[in-house]
Ligand binder design. Structure first.
Ligand SMILES: Nc1ncnc2c1ncn2[C@@H]1O[C@H](COP(=O)(O)O)[C@@H](OP(=O)(O)O)[C@H]1O
Ligand SMILES: [Mg+2]
Ligand SMILES: [Mg+2]
Ligand SMILES: [Mg+2]
Length: 343
């Protein structure tokens, strides 16, 4: 079996440094939002995190390609925004000098812009390609809720390793107002672990999904944005399965983290439009974490996610992630509910 220990470590360091930056912006409430062509928001923190993560990956693995969500077009055109992002990037590097031997530094704004634009790869089925979402759940980030920094390595179209930083998830889910910030990391065949973001040297605790004796006891985790996933159909599916627990709603791949750590059991993402294609960076690392924690991740038809066909999951529709022993039953309920609508 191939060994991706180093890739996993670099991914953790890259995400750790990026979380320093996003956390600072989150708490300073300086948001500098831009609206993209598809009407979705992007902030100075999205750009800064993309620069830091790509800088780290490029330093450690200069031959690898990167599929990142953002590009530097707006920053090249607008000096104010470029300067704000550069200030953030500089101070995050300054505050994590101890990581610079492993993941390097960024010398100036030109290098920063070039790094952000290294995320333009088209993806595909050949070679080593990293999938990066510098801030997943930007709407949650802006609302003051959950978001995640997400990085995965795909080799020949298959996700092999990665790291997922969730700066606002509680370290102990039983103490929601306690310390916040967790880091999950994963390597295919070797499991997934979780640790506090504040303990970089901790080896982490292995992740295991909850075992479910009866489906009616299960809980759903779903997105906050009803424009990204259909809440009404999700509720109908819960009823069909006899599930009465209220669903846990949160933004971003924090949902994959939440089911992987056994706080909920099922993550459904039901298409709201027939033509939306899920992005690989929205699912790459989270889906592997759930699989390694004992879950199955498929689309709404029960087909495996195909990360090998470009920047989107164009061969799949929606997401069904659940503990292995209930996954098939959930897919069946989804199929029954959706027959005749968007299928
Ligand atoms: N119509 C749509 N259907 C499904 N997902 C969508 C969507 N429009 C945007 N998204 C994606 O939903 C992601 C957030 O997921 P969630 O709703 O689970 O928090 C966004 O990631 P970003 O926030 O990185 O842009 C974006 O890629
Ligand atoms: Mg976005
Ligand atoms: Mg995203
Ligand atoms: Mg994003």
């Amino acid at each position: 079996m191939a060994d991706y220990t180093r890739e996993r470590q670099i991914a953790e360091l890259a995400v750790q440094r990026a979380c320093l930056l996003t956390d600072k912006v989150y708490y300073s409430r300086v948001k500098g939002t831009v609206t993209k062509g598809d009407n979705s928001p992007v902030t100075i923190a999205d750009f800064g995190a993309q620069a830091l993560v790509i800088g780290a990956v490029h330093k450690a693995f200069p031959e690898d390609f990167i599929v990142g969500e953002e590009d530097a077009k707006v920053l090249r055109a607008e000096k104010d925004k470029r300067d704000s992002v550069w200030d953030l990037v500089k101070s995050a590097i300054e505050e994590s000098r101890d990581l610079s031997d492993s993941i390097g530094v960024i010398e100036d704004t030109e290098e920063m812009l070039a790094l952000i634009d290294r995320g333009s790869h088209e993806g595909g089925s050949v070679g080593r390609i990293w999938a990066l979402d510098p801030i997943d759940g930007t709407k949650g980030f802006l609302r003051g809720d959950q978001y995640a920094v997400c990085l995965a390595l795909m080799v020949d179209g298959k996700v092999q390793a990665g790291a997922l930083g969730c700066p606002n998830l509680p370290v102990d889910p039983a103490i929601p107002d306690g310390e916040k910030g967790i880091m999950l990391s994963v390597e295919r065949g070797k499991g997934a672990t979780i640790r506090p973001l504040s303990s970089p040297s901790s080896p982490g605790t292995p992740l295991r999904m909850r075992s479910i004796s009866s489906l009616s006891r299960a809980s759903f985790c779903e997105g906050v944005e009803s424009g990204h996933s259909s809440h009404s159909q999700q509720a109908a599916i819960a009823t069909a399965l006899g599930i009465t627990n209220p669903s846990v709603k949160m933004d971003s791949q924090a949902k994959y983290a939440t089911i992987a750590r056994g706080v909920a059991d099922i993550y459904l993402r039901l298409p709201v439009s027939a033509d939306y294609e899920e992005k690989i960076w929205d699912h790459a690392v989270g889906s592997l974490i759930v699989e390694e924690a004992g879950g199955v991740v498929s689309d709404i038809h029960g087909n495996p996610l195909n990360f090998a066909v470009g920047r989107t999951l164009k061969e799949n529709k929606g997401i069904v992630a659940a503990t292995a022993n209930i996954h098939k039953e959930v897919v069946n309920a989804v199929q029954n509910e959706l027959t005749g609508s968007l299928l």
